[in-house]
Design a protein around this ligand. Structure first.
Ligand code: NAP
Length: 302
């Protein structure tokens, strides 16, 4: 039987509608809405496109949205001062600095300057530590891993006691999703293996997986024969493998492929995410949830 296709595009719509209801409730009951500032340095087209999507989603949800665009020659000291001004601003609950930053600015120094209680990307070491501790300590799980966990849970896949294999150990995907899956609690309690380039016999590890999360950035790395029949397969990979002309717009667009051979894998897996339209749409959605939760922490609702 072909797999259930886990549509991030559909799940995103459901979650955004839930968030919108919550925002309206917070406004009516507490007179406050979540505030998000997006800080963009320079005019890198990919960064501008990400920031534009974030701003639009925040506005659609009824958030207060502040946009700070700065020239690429801004000094590190001035950028630090800008971040600091939003650390002190009570109407702002989430601070997002779009990466990459120009070479003369130390990314880490800027990210470290964000108040961990406004770090809705979840990249600050304090939030990495909270994630490692798990349970109630977790405030802002990084957005892509949080989105992956949400897809698994909303697809009705049982994580408790499941064998989960994560391919990739990056700080933004592999390590945090492993933490979320083995943490005590709903959406967790899995037995997790983390694989990487030095793993011996990757195929054998994948074949054991009830839940297989692949975040390697290698097109078609995972072969259909590596998938356990009925497994839940989450393909995080986004690989540009060519270009084509869009039928809709007539513009040249990238052809994207995941890390899993989707067409063949969907005949074996129990459930699987497509690329695009799987994990991708969840990242900004979880950024919005983290920002909303930041306000809820502030006013004592969480
Ligand atoms: P990354 O920092 O390059 O990390 C890739 C990881 O995969 C590394 O740990 C690497 O192992 C491992 N790996 C690479 N090739 C492998 C192989 N042949 N066998 C086993 N392990 C292998 O990448 P990332 O930032 O985590 O992103 C991974 C993919 O997810 C990329 O395609 C990226 O575009 C995509 N992504 C998508 C979203 C989204 O949809 N919203 C968000 C983030 C990332 P070593 O540590 O040993 O080098």
């Amino acid at each position: 039987m072909p797999a259930q296709i886990i549509s991030g595009t559909e799940i995103r719509k459901t979650i955004l509608s839930e968030l919108q209801t919550e925002v309206a409730h917070l406004k009516a009951e507490h007179g406050q809405v979540p505030g998000l500032v997006t800080i963009l340095v320079g005019a890198d087209p990919a960064s501008m496109s990400y920031v534009t999507s974030k701003i639009k989603t925040a506005k659609d949800l009824g958030f207060k949205e502040v946009q700070e665009n700065r020239d690429p020659d801004i000094s590190e000291a001035d950028l630090l001062a800008l971040v600091e001004s939003y650390n002190r601003d009570d109407s702002i609950h989430g601070i997002l600095v779009q990466l990459p930053l120009p070479k003369h600015i130390d990314d880490q120094k800027i990210l470290m300057a964000i108040d961990p209680d406004k770090d809705v990307d979840g990249f600050h070491p304090v939030n990495a530590g909270r994630l490692m501790i798990g349970g109630d300590a977790v405030k802002f799980p990084p957005c892509t891993p949080a989105g992956i966990q949400e897809l698994i849970v909303r697809a009705g896949v049982e994580t408790s006691g499941a064998e989960a294999v994560v391919v990739g150990r990056s700080n933004i995907v592999g390590k945090p999703i492993a933490n979320l899956l083995f943490a005590k609690g709903p959406g967790g309690n899995a037995t997790v293996t983390v694989a990487h380039t030095r793993t011996k016999d990757l195929a054998e590890h994948c074949r054991r997986a009830d839940i297989l999360v692949v975040a390697a950035g290698v097109p078609d790395l995972v072969k259909p024969a590596w998938i356990k029949p009925g497994a839940c397969v989450i393909d995080v990979g986004v690989n540009r493998v060519g270009e084509k002309v869009s039928e809709k717009t007539g513009k040249t667009i990238a052809i994207l492929k995941g890390d899993v051979d989707f067409e063949k894998a969907k005949e074996i897996a129990g459930s699987i995410t497509p690329v695009p339209g799987g994990v991708g749409p969840m990242t900004i959605t979880m950024l919005m949830r983290n920002t909303l939760n930041s306000l809820k922490y502030r006013i004592g609702l969480l």
